[in-house]
Write a protein that binds this ligand. Structure first.
Ligand code: FDA
Length: 305
């Protein structure tokens, strides 16, 4: 049943008609629990509050699967506005973004031009940028873009997904770049030809890559809400005397906020991924796919209204 629901929401997340409708009618169905707002000023208020509580942030101007040049350029402009807001308001925040929103599905030239504009603004404002990882069909290309940009800029990292079979090999290959990587389990619907179908195998691979990246001496962001993975990280760090400035934990806005604060109080760096913008639909559907309890929360909100 749980698997069925997961597949259902992941299927819905790619529906272009519903994506358009959602943009038109604003944050609905409890999405505000996971999305900071539709405008940058709302996101700034949320970030200020999180910073005040000792949490650091990565902000994400929501958008994906852009299929025309004008929209890709506008997405990049919005990211630059977010970077300027971080600088102006002195927020403790990085930026996250998706290559399909920058025009990756249109041309290499477009995505690289947009990324260089963003990275120039980010360098000027002292902001670190993370390239999110999307579905498997975009993985190779995203890694190539990351390598190209990493050879030009220092303030860039990307994401590696534990559910893919190719991941260990990618990490070995990327090690030459001493990359700052966010490690995640993986959020998209993938075929068993490319990804571990069983959760226990994904978890095992996740632990493997956390240890590998830390022991290679690279900066490691462990992005999970899973206590057993958090405990595992703490254990590896302790056993191998990894300094606290070589790793951090990350969680999504609206998920386990009390656990986020506990980790801060234990002295760990805890970064919250704060999405905002009108293109919230696909992101929201993936959060529903991850956890049936999120669906119950949403239903309660809808019925209660
Ligand atoms: P998982 O979903 O396996 O849950 C394991 C356990 O964690 C649960 O059994 C429960 O105990 C606990 N738990 C989880 N959610 C909870 C909740 N709401 N309340 C209480 N307990 C809860 N993916 C991707 O493909 N590309 C990307 O770029 C990113 N980026 C990204 C950034 C950040 C900051 C995060 C946190 C995550 C991502 N992801 C991602 C998403 C990621 O791949 C994954 O889908 C989700 O984090 C869910 O997996 P978990 O590791 O949290 O545990």
């Amino acid at each position: 049943m749980e698997q069925l629901m997961k597949n259902f929401f992941l299927f819905l997340s790619k529906n272009k008609f519903l994506t358009k409708m959602a943009k038109r009618y604003g944050l609905k169905f409890g999405a505000a629990r996971f999305v900071a707002g539709e405008a940058i000023r709302q996101a700034v208020d949320v970030i200020k509050d999180l910073n005040h509580k000792g949490l650091v942030v990565t902000i994400d101007y929501l958008g994906e699967f852009v299929d025309n040049e004008r929209e890709a350029n506008e997405m990049a402009d919005n990211c630059i506005d977010a970077i300027k807001a971080i600088g102006r308001e002195r927020l403790n925040s990085q930026l996250s973004l998706k290559m399909t929103s920058m025009g990756m599905d249109i041309s290499d030239e477009l995505v690289l031009n947009n990324m260089r504009r963003i990275l120039d603004a980010a360098t000027e404002n002292g902001v670190f940028v993370t390239i999110d990882m999307e579905d498997y069909s975009r993985c190779q290309k995203t890694i190539e873009i990351f390598k190209q940009l990493k050879s030009e800029y220092d303030n860039i990292g990307t994401v590696i997904q534990a559910y893919l079979y190719r991941t260990e090999k990618d990490m070995e290959d990327l090690n030459a770049y001493s990359p700052n990587l966010r490690l995640v389990k993986g959020a998209y619907k993938e075929s068993p030809e490319v990804a571990f179908p069983l959760k226990k195998d994904v978890d095992e691979n996740y632990k493997k890559i956390i240890k590998m990246h830390l022991l290679n001496g690279n900066y490691t962001a462990v992005a999970t809400h899973d206590d057993s993975m958090i405990e595992y990280t703490k254990q590896v760090v302790k056993e191998h005397n990894i300094p606290k400035d070589q790793f951090e934990f990350q969680m999504l806005y609206g998920i386990r906020p009390e656990r986020q604060l506990e980790l801060v109080n234990e002295g760990y760096k805890m970064r919250v991924y704060v999405p905002y913008g009108t293109d919230w639909y696909g992101y929201f559907m993936r959060r529903l796919a991850e956890r049936p309890a999120n669906v119950a929360f949403v239903l309660k909100g809808v019925i209660g209204k």
